[in-house]
Design a protein around this ligand. Structure first.
Ligand SMILES: *Cc1c(COP(=O)(O)O)cnc(C)c1O
Length: 413
C-alpha cells in the first residue's frame, strides 16, 4: 500500500517517504549552524486527489465525521489520548466597553486543552504516532508549554517524557511537568540551549523528538485548529486570524490546515493571517525583508513567544509571502493592558503570549482596520494561570479588612 503521507523539504522540495521517522531534509540540514534558523524543515503532504476520488461528495462533512483522520499522519484516531484535545470553544464577542462592533470578533479559546495550552494539539499527534510505532520515550525542549503539554499527554498515554526547559520558565509550567511525572531537565541557559541539548539526546540515545520545527508532525497537530474554525463558522472562512508567534510553528500550522482544505478544493482562498510578536522578541517579523537573518536577543514578559532563533522562520516567511499575511509588533505594556481588557470584559484570562494576539487585535481595532461585516478571529493559545507573576504589576490586591460590615463600605461608597 502506498504511504498515506510523505514529506517535502520546505527549502529544496526534495521528498521523503514516511515509512521511517525523519526530522530534517538530509541535504539542506548540512547548511545549518547555531546562529541561523534551520534549513530543511519538512512539510507533510497527503494524496489530495486520492482523498477527493475516494470521498467524492461533501468531502468536508465526511472528513469532519471521521475526525479528519484522512489528513492526519496517524493510522487511527484510537491512538490519540483519551483526554479531550482540540475542539475548543469559539466565542463570538459583540463589543468591548460600550462600542458595539460592526464586524465580527471570535475568540478561539485553546486554554481549554488538557494542559491549558494550544501545544496539546501537537503533543497529541506526536504521542499517537509514537504509540503506533512502539516508541516509549519522547523528548522535547520547551519554553514551558510544549514541555508541560508533552508531559501531560504522555502521562495519559503511559509514555515517558523527557523535558528540557530553561530554568527560568514560569513556575506553573515547571510544576505541571513535575506533577505529570516527566523527567525534567532544567537548563541553566536559554530555550535555544535547551533545544540543542534535546537534539543531541535524540542523536545519542535515539529518543523520539517532539521539538517544533524539527519533528514535522507537530504542525499536523496544530493545523487542526483551522479545520475547527472552518467548521465552527458554518463552513465560512474568517477574514483575519491573529496568531501569537514565537518559533512560527503555530502560525504555520494554521496556514497548513487551510492549505490542506485549499488542496482539496474545499476552499478557494486562504484567510489573512496576522503574525503578532512582542517588540522585544520580533525575530520573525524583523527579518521578513532581510536577506541575511539577524537575531536579537529577546526580552519580553511573554515567555512563550520569547525566541532568539525562530526555528520555523523559513516556513513562516514563505507562508506569509505566499498568502499575503500581515504582521504587527506589540509592546509588553500593550500585552499587559490587553490581558486586563480580555479578562475583565470577557472572563477569559489568557497568558501573556496569548494576550499578545489580543493586543494585536486591539491595535487594528483602534486603527479602524476592520471592514464592516468581516469575521476576525483571535487565537488564545494558553491560560493566564500558567504565569501569574507576569500580571502582578498591573493588579493591586487590597489590604485585608476586619470582618466588620462597616469596613465593606470603603470599597463601594
Ligand atoms: C508556543 C506558544 C506560542 C507560540 O508558538 P510558536 O509555534 O512558537 O510560534 C504562543 N502562545 C503560547 C501560549 C504558546 O505556548
Amino acid at each position: 500500500m502506498k504511504d498515506k503521507f510523505f514529506y517535502a523539504c520546505v527549502d529544496c522540495g526534495k521528498t521523503f517517504e514516511s515509512s521511517q521517522t525523519i526530522y530534517l531534509c538530509n541535504e539542506c540540514e548540512k547548511r545549518n549552524d547555531d546562529k541561523h534558523p534551520p534549513y530543511g524543515v519538512l512539510k507533510t503532504e497527503y494524496d489530495y486527489n486520492g482523498i477527493n476520488t475516494r470521498l467524492k461528495n461533501n468531502v468536508f462533512q465526511q472528513l469532519e465525521k471521521t475526525g479528519f483522520i484522512d489528513l492526519l499522519p496517524i493510522k487511527s484516531n484510537d491512538s490519540l489520548p483519551f483526554l479531550k484535545v482540540g475542539n475548543t470553544s469559539l466565542y463570538k464577542i459583540t463589543s468591548i466597553d460600550n462600542d458595539i462592533f460592526d464586524f465580527e470578533l471570535y475568540l478561539k479559546d485553546d486554554s481549554q486543552n488538557p494542559t491549558f495550552s494550544f501545544k496539546d494539539r501537537a503533543s497529541a499527534i506526536v504521542s499517537a504516532y509514537a504509540k503506533e510505532n512502539n516508541i516509549d520515550i519522547i523528548v522535547a525542549a520547551s519554553t514551558g508549554n510544549a514541555g508541560s503539554s508533552l508531559a501531560g499527554i504522555c502521562a495519559s498515554q503511559k509514555q515517558k517524557a523527557v523535558i528540557f526547559v530553561p530554568a527560568s520558565a514560569p513556575k506553573a509550567k515547571l510544576t505541571q511537568i513535575m506533577m505529570y511525572g516527566a523527567q525534567i531537565i532544567p537548563v541553566d541557559g536559554t530555550y535555544d540551549n535547551a533545544f540543542d541539548l534535546s537534539i543531541e539526546t535524540t542523536k545519542k540515545y535515539g529518543w523520539y523528538n517532539r521539538n517544533t520545527a524539527f519533528n514535522p508532525l507537530t504542525i499536523e497537530g496544530k493545523k487542526t485548529v483551522s479545520f475547527e474554525l472552518f467548521s465552527q463558522l458554518n463552513k465560512n472562512l474568517p477574514d483575519r486570524i491573529f496568531v501569537p508567534v514565537g518559533d512560527g510553528v503555530i502560525i504555520s500550522g494554521v496556514y497548513k490546515g487551510f492549505e490542506d482544505l485549499l488542496n482539496l478544493g474545499i476552499i478557494d482562498k486562504i484567510p489573512v493571517i496576522v503574525a503578532v510578536q512582542a517588540i522585544g522578541s520580533g525575530n520573525i517579523i524583523n527579518n521578513l525583508n532581510r536577506n541575511n537573518f539577524i537575531s536579537s536577543s529577546s526580552r519580553t514578559l511573554a515567555d512563550s513567544i520569547s525566541v532568539d532563533i525562530p526555528r520555523n522562520f523559513r516556513m513562516t516567511k514563505k507562508y506569509l509571502f505566499d498568502y499575503a499575511g500581515e504582521n504587527i509588533l506589540v509592546s509588553d505594556e500593550e500585552i499587559l493592558a490587553a490581558s486586563k481588557v480580555l479578562s475583565s470584559r470577557t472572563g477569559i484570562f489568557a497568558e501573556p503570549a496569548a494576550s499578545a494576539a489580543f493586543a494585536g487585535f486591539l491595535s487594528f481595532y483602534w486603527d479602524g482596520k476592520f471592514e464592516k461585516g468581516s469575521k476576525n478571529v483571535v487565537l488564545l493559545t494558553g491560560s493566564g494561570l500558567k504565569d501569574l507573576n507576569a500580571v502582578q504589576k498591573i493588579i493591586d490586591i487590597p489590604e485585608p479588612v476586619k470582618p466588620d460590615i462597616k469596613e465593606i463600605e470603603k470599597f463601594f461608597f
